[in-house]
Design a protein around this ligand. Structure first.
Ligand code: 26Y
Length: 820
């Protein structure tokens, strides 16, 4: 009993102070008299992490005792951001820790600002994964994340001076106090080699995968604490380590240098996150990353399942595995390999278990983002998996033939192998065939999935398709990011909403209360001052907090239409110079372009060039400012979002699967200017027509418009303001050195305009003017903004996670009982 006893560390100020002071000496190795701020930050983190792991072990014991079903979330990306404040808050020791640090002579806020973001993701998909893990812990679900411990996360963005330059994100350079390296949790991962068939006179043919290369996947654990609960779950990230094999390989030949170089090369698998979010990469290293973390995770999941004493036949009763897009879809083949080749189950039994275990979330309809791997590449890197995929496809197409005899076109459309484009494996098809549920991430998106990308699958298996609208965690995106609004809400409606976001509705009756309106506007203004200070620090631009802050923060992509907002800026600028009276605004952009996406990088450049001219034109003053906030990341999002008056959600309808920034901004009282795309539609339904500025073509109209043959030139001929803005850009007005680059942009808008910026422009500016009019009436604006906050409860990630738990995973919460 002595050996298995868990420590029970004190969480009061006194106990924390003691732990932190001890950690400076025992963990950091510094004299408290000489400790720097970074030393104190590390010491604090270590004091928290020992408390987290204690609860993690209690949680794990209880899960084992209660025989719970677990969900495993497989994601190539986790966009977590900073961990210190979130861990302190969710552990319920933020205030005691603040006091303990103060007693030690250290300001907690200064310390919090020293931490680098964990940016192991590109954008929405990665941030969603982080929100889901936090919610699983908060609601007491047995849910675990698996991913890759990238040595380098999302690149750091700089402008030199206008175009984007990427710098490596060496987030682990000072070590990381939140991770527990588990050198005893290592799994071998194979690549290359060949498959040997073993024929048995009676029974199935067996296969072995031989003579490949091997690399080890080593676990690093990140405890994830729930808010207001003692549950602590685990995020397990895998790092590649060379096997001992590499040490011995060239030993006999005496080629020591080559041996070391090879070893290093094998560890590149987990080196870097691909900074790509909308174009499939098709690189061998990417395929290896996907298989690497999938194989390690599945080996680990099966090990745990068996160690807990369960039979493999019980897999779907005790395990649910969620595939975050197709990036981990090779898991379908890998689980088959593990069950059939390693655990010697029959093919049919294994297939039944796999299908009942997996579910797949789709995040995009865009063809260029859909992963397909050349058969030849898959055959070389993962020969056994290629064979398994052929077998899965064979069985599946048999079923289709039986259902639709003679329909060869349908067969070709449904096949996992695309025979049109030089034989490729369609990972989305593998994921759909291998899952019992497939979900889209907003109502419109799920509907479009059923009607377009997965139409044939939907006809075959309608029961497989469900919608789970995205959500965001109010712990980060309200309580942490917006302490002033959190405080105000507390005074008005108490704190119940922190545990059940629907309770924000209690605010509704007070929306026209003059005192609340004033307090609300004061909070917004204070948040704008906070942002203005950060913008001054990062860019040197001065912002007037009494002007509307109009914000578009998201990855740079043509379909998200940053160019639509930019044309509006140029239009306003020209009209101001012409002496027109326009409503003042600050336009703030933030977001990164994929390094190989030339058009997106061009968009960043032209925004920066326009901003530079506009911001330095004395004729403009405070009537217009344009800022491109550099290196937009989770930690800067939490300063920008609470300061936004207007949220730009202006994608071409039918292209944004859901959006989640739209939810964060509306929750913080920004009013949305948006198209009827993704979750904007559901946000409109929740907040009401009068609290949102909807404009532009619907998804159906976009299809119709494209069919009719769009004619941007004809539209330009009828809209003098828009034409003047385009001319101003292409004339080189905003660039001294190379006017040619903007000529190209002009041609692009006039002759290509693939995302209908020109076609939607008039409707867009009209929506902006509606926002201007409402903004001028401070009372009416405050009322609409308060109603927005009150009605956003549905977009809590807790509702999203409950939808997954009930419709897909079939798991129930297991709250950890207080230990004392
Ligand atoms: C294949 C590889 C290049 C790739 C890597 C990352 C492809 C896509 C991505 C990321 C996609 C992504 O972030 N999608 C976003 O997911 C959000 C969460 O569901 C949605 O809200 C958002 O609309 C969608 O664009």
């Amino acid at each position: 009993p002595e050996v298995t006893h868990l420590p029970n560390l004190p969480n009061d100020v006194e106990g924390l102070r003691q732990s932190i002071r001890d950690a400076v000496v025992r963990v950091v190795g510094e004299d408290p008299r000489q400790a720097t701020e970074r030393d104190w930050m590390e010491a604090l983190a270590f004091a928290i992490r020992e408390r987290m792991v204690e609860r993690r072990l209690l949680t794990r014991r209880q899960f084992a005792d209660e025989d719970v079903k677990r969900v495993y979330y497989l994601s190539m990306e986790y966009l977590i951001g900073r961990m210190l404040e979130a861990n302190l808050r969710n552990m319920g020791i933020l205030e005691p820790a603040r006091q303990a640090m103060a007693d030690l002579g250290v300001n907690l806020d200064t310390i919090l600002d020293l931490e680098d973001d964990a940016a192991l993701g590109n954008g929405g998909l990665g941030r969603l994964a982080a929100c889901i893990l936090e919610s699983l812990a908060t609601q007491g679900y047995p849910g675990y994340g698996y991913g890759i411990r990238y040595e380098f996360g999302m690149f750091r963005q700089e402008f030199e001076p206008y175009h984007q330059v990427e710098h490596p994100d060496n987030w682990l350079r000072y070590g990381n106090p939140w991770e527990f390296p588990r050198s005893d949790r290592k799994y071998p991962i194979h690549f290359y080699g060949h498959v040997v068939e073993h024929h048995h006179p009676r029974g199935e043919t067996r296969y072995t995968w031989e003579n490949g290369e091997e690399v080890l996947a080593m676990a690093y654990d990140y405890p994830t604490a729930g808010y207001g609960r003692r549950n602590v779950n685990n995020l397990r990230l895998w790092a590649a380590k060379a096997t001992r094999d590499f040490d011995l390989r060239y030993f006999n030949e005496g080629d020591y240098i080559r041996a070391v170089a090879d070893k290093a090369e094998s560890e590149t698998i987990s080196m870097v996150l691909y900074p790509n979010d909308a174009t499939a990469i098709g690189k061998e290293l990417r395929l290896k990353q996907e298989y690497f973390f999938v194989s390690a995770s599945l080996q680990d999941i099966l090990d745990r399942h068996l160690a807990l004493g369960y039979n493999l036949d019980a897999l779907p009763d005790k395990v649910a595995i969620q595939l975050n897009d197709t990036h981990p879809a090779i898991a379908v083949a890998e689980l088959m390999r593990l069950l059939v080749d390693c655990h010697e189950l029959s093919w049919d039994r294994a297939w039944d278990l796999a299908r009942r275990t997996f579910a797949y979330t789709n995040h995009t309809l865009m063809p260029e983002a859909l992963e397909t791997w050349p058969v030849e590449l898959m055959e070389r890197v993962l020969p056994r998996h290629m064979g398994i995929i052929y077998q899965i496809n064979h069985d599946f197409l048999e079923q289709v033939r039986h259902r639709y005899p003679g329909d060869n076109d349908r067969l070709a459309r449904l096949s996992i192998i695309d025979e049109q484009n030089g034989r490729r494996v369609r990972m989305a098809h593998l994921a759909v065939v291998g899952s019992h549920r497939v979900n889209g991430v907003a109502a419109l998106h799920t509907q479009l999935l059923q009607e377009t990308l997965f139409e044939d699958f939907y006809n075959l298996w309608p029961e497989r398709f469900v919608n789970v609208t995205n959500g965001v965690t109010p712990r980060l995106w309200m309580i942490q990011a917006n302490p002033a609004l959190t405080e105000l809400l507390g005074q008005r409606i108490g704190n119940d909403w922190q545990y059940d976001l629907d309770r924000l509705r209690a605010l509704e009756p007070y929306a026209h209360d003059a005192d609340l309106q004033k307090a609300f506007l004061d909070v917004k203004r204070a948040n704008k001052v906070r942002l203005a200070n950060l913008v001054r620090e990062r860019t040197g631009v001065e912002l007037n907090p009494d002007v509307m802050f109009d914000v578009q923060i998201k990855r740079i992509h043509e379909y998200k239409r940053q160019l639509l907002k930019l044309l509006h800026v140029v239009d306003l600028y020209r009209r101001i110079r012409a002496g027109e009276d326009v409503a003042p605004r600050v336009v703030l952009f933030g977001g990164k372009a994929a390094p190989g996406y030339a058009r997106a990088k061009g968009i960043i450049q032209v925004i920066n060039e326009v901003a530079d001219i506009v911001n330095h034109d004395p004729a403009v003053g405070d009537r217009l400012k344009c800022v491109f906030f550099p290196n937009y990341e989770v930690s800067s999002a939490s300063i920008i979002i609470p300061a936004a008056d207007v949220s730009e959600q202006i994608s071409t309808a039918g292209f944004e699967a859901s959006g989640t920034g739209n939810m964060k901004l509306a929750l913080n009282g920004a009013l949305t200017i948006g198209t009827l795309d993704g979750a904007n539609i559901e946000i409109r339904d929740a907040v009401g027509e009068e609290s949102i500025f909807i404009f532009g073509m619907t998804a159906d109209e976009v299809v119709e418009h494209r069919r009719n043959g769009p004619n941007p030139e004809a539209i330009l001929a009828q809209q003098p303001n828009l034409a003047a803005a385009v001319e101003m850009i292409e004339s080189g007005f905003f660039t001294c050195d190379d006017p040619g680059t903007h000529g190209d942009l002009g041609r692009y808008l006039r002759h290509e305009d693939p995302f209908f910026v020109i076609a939607d422009y008039a409707a867009y500016t009209e929506a902006c003017e509606r926002a201007d009019t409402l903004y001028a009436d401070r009372t009416a604006w405050a009322e609409a903004a308060i109603l927005n906050v009150a009605r956003m409860g549905y977009f809590s990630i807790d509702r999203t996670v409950r939808d997954y738990a009930n419709q897909i995973w079939d798991i129930i919460p297991e709250p950890v009982a207080p230990s004392r």
